[in-house]
Design a protein around this ligand. Structure first.
Ligand SMILES: *Cc1c(COP(=O)(O)O)cnc(C)c1O
Length: 479
């Protein structure tokens, strides 16, 4: 496809924008460029076609199934987008004054932040939330800074954090940034953290245990309550990586299980897409004893029912992000929660788990399944069997593109060779799941009969395989 500059024809023009703002004749010379800007010259119809066709080469959840495990690429209702775009929200300036008259202008926005935090507390069993962190990893950093502040305040000498080997890579990274050494616990044959090895590593040096449950294999750890008790006996805090909360919404609450801190990705579970490159939000919830360490500032509801920002938090870990987080993302989550209500959220979890198990049942005859258990919202299969025919997971992923599907997450979690991590989400119909299963099964058959067609895929797209190393090393986004 030609880039827009190559389509330029000298002298060609699109419709002009008629502005009634007069152009100042007195532009000082030092502000004028010597040369005219080199812009493409095109008719309006060529511009429209160019960008419309470009947008059709993109892939999103609005095009087709996008089972990117761990990332929850579910359908995000457009209602949230419409309301978040409303000028009465989008036009608010973040430094509108806190004075009474300014407060009048910001009360609605403060209420949204406050109420979203309250609802997230209810869902997770926590006592208070900060909505400031801007992503999941940022939420983890916030949480681990709170861990560090807690132990410093108690004069505890803690140097290490326990994390299972199935964890998202951001977990050890966040711990390390906060100065902790990471102790990795292997996964047992049931696909969960080995509790015997955990017990052996647990001692007074442990500041926290970071867990994802269900973990990145999509499996729930039924020892989780016991693990929390064991950690607390050593005054280690329990951190719940709730980036993906789809499986447990309205079913169980990390706070009730014994977790002290949790972060959520609003841009996975709560109505903003993940992986779209757009803004996200990683709010963090804590139990009462950790409330005082939350970042500055917190939205508080006064006894008069008015909302205000409290900057007076003595033990706070400080400022985490400018202003109050990505407000539009928080707003969309709030709308999502109100629209679904309690019953709706429970249905989300039930259908997410049902869809994953339905798909798993169809695929497990055709691909290796390393942990053969009932899964939660996602599952991990492997192309180990296909590898014997010289076909790798990457090839299967590329072949899926020919069938119009986004591939699943591949080569993660790291503990499964040739991993494919599939998360169908609750918003997909049985027909879509069947179509995807059919494509996956067809690919498995192709591997047996004609592996070359899989190894050289994709065949139907504008570009075939990219040199990914070169693309990353010599990134060039300019014309
Ligand atoms: C996505 C994810 C994260 C990180 O979230 P980001 O917003 O991408 O920083 C952390 N843990 C798990 C389990 C995740 O799936």
């Amino acid at each position: 496809m030609k880039i827009i500059f190559e389509k330029s024809v000298k002298g060609r023009r699109a419709a002009r924008f008629n502005s009634d703002v007069p152009i100042s004749p007195k532009l000082p010379d030092n502000l004028k460029k010597e040369k005219q800007a080199e812009l493409p010259e095109l008719a309006e119809i060529d511009i429209i076609r160019h960008f419309t066709n470009l947008s059709r080469n993109n892939f999103g959840v609005d095009n087709n199934f996008y089972p990117l495990g761990s990332c929850t690429m579910k359908y995000n209702p457009k209602l949230g987008e419409i309301i978040a775009r409303d000028e009465r929200f989008s036009g608010l300036h973040p430094i509108l004054p806190q004075l009474p008259e300014g407060n009048l202008l910001t009360q609605g926005a403060l209420e949204v932040i406050y109420e979203t935090g309250r609802l997230l507390s209810e869902i997770t069993g926590m006592d208070e939330f900060t909505t400031q962190p801007l992503a999941g990893a940022h939420g983890e950093l916030t949480g681990m800074m709170i861990v560090s502040a807690y132990h410093k305040k108690k004069r505890n000498k803690k140097t290490r954090v326990i994390i299972p080997d199935s964890a998202h890579g951001t977990n050890p990274a966040s711990s390390a940034i906060c100065g902790y050494e990471v102790t990795t616990i292997p996964t047992n044959k049931n696909g969960v953290m080995d509790i015997k090895k955990f017990k052996k590593e647990l001692n007074n040096e442990i500041a926290a245990v970071m867990l994802t449950c269900p973990n990145t294999l999509g499996l729930f750890n039924s020892d989780i309550g016991k693990i929390c008790k064991m950690a607390h006996s050593m005054d280690a805090l329990m951190y719940y990586d709730g980036a993906n909360l789809n499986a447990i919404l309205g079913k169980c609450r990390p706070g009730d299980i014994g977790f002290d801190i949790v972060h959520l990705n609003l841009h996975k579970t709560f109505a903003t897409p993940h992986g779209g490159g757009g803004p996200g939000a990683g709010p963090v919830g804590v139990k009462e004893s950790l409330r005082k360490f939350l970042p500055i500032s917190q939205v508080v509801k006064g006894s008069d029912g008015k909302y205000f920002l409290n900057y007076n938090q003595q033990d706070s870990i400080g400022y985490l992000a400018p202003f109050y987080g990505n407000f539009a993302v928080i707003l969309k989550a709030y709308i999502y929660l109100l629209t679904l209500g309690k019953e709706g959220l429970i249905k989300v979890a039930e259908n997410a788990v049902l869809n994953a198990n339905y798909l798993l049942a169809q695929l497990k005859k055709h691909y290796h399944l390393p942990y053969d258990r009932t899964c939660m919202h996602e599952f991990v299969i492997s192309a180990k069997r296909q590898k014997e025919k010289g076909v790798r997971t990457l090839d299967v992923a590329k072949r899926l593109l020919d069938f119009g599907f986004h591939p699943p997450t591949i080569y993660f979690p790291l503990i499964v060779e040739e991993a494919m991590m599939i998360e169908p989400t609750e918003t997909e119909s049985k027909e879509t799941l069947d179509n995807f299963a059919e494509a996956m099964i067809k690919i498995a058959r192709e591997v047996e009969e004609n592996p070359k067609v899989v190894k050289t895929a994709p065949h139907n797209l504008l570009i075939s395989r990219l040199d990914e190393v070169k693309a990353a090393r010599e990134l060039n986004l300019r014309w």
